[in-house]
Design a protein around this ligand. Sequence first.
Ligand SMILES: [Cu+2]
Length: 126
Amino acid sequence: MSPRVIIPIVVLAIVLAIGAATRAPAKSPAPLFVDAREWSVTLSRATVPSGRVAIQLQNAGEDDHDLRLRRLDRRGRPVGPTRAVPMTHPGTLTEATVHLTAGRWRLWCSLDGHAAAGMRATLRAR
Ligand SMILES: [Cu+2]
């Protein structure tokens, strides 16, 4: 190959290598600890950054519990898909990473009667 061909290829390879080296690493998910028990859901923080959130659901109660999350619109109506942390047995911890868009989110335990008994909370993502 002639230098007229090789030089642009070398320059391109250097540019690509610099781009790969300086690219920001993937942001780790924001942590959120949730204490679930009869009959409350307590969050470690009221606000999380929007994006990926690593939820640790600690069941500190005597019954099984889970967690559902759904965004609320400006009028407080649920919109969009429901996020879920699976069923967690007493004395155990379940971790799930969910994607939360900016806004207000309702959190609740989906087991029969648990939300009505007090297992619900709200969270802001921004
Ligand atoms: Cu529950």
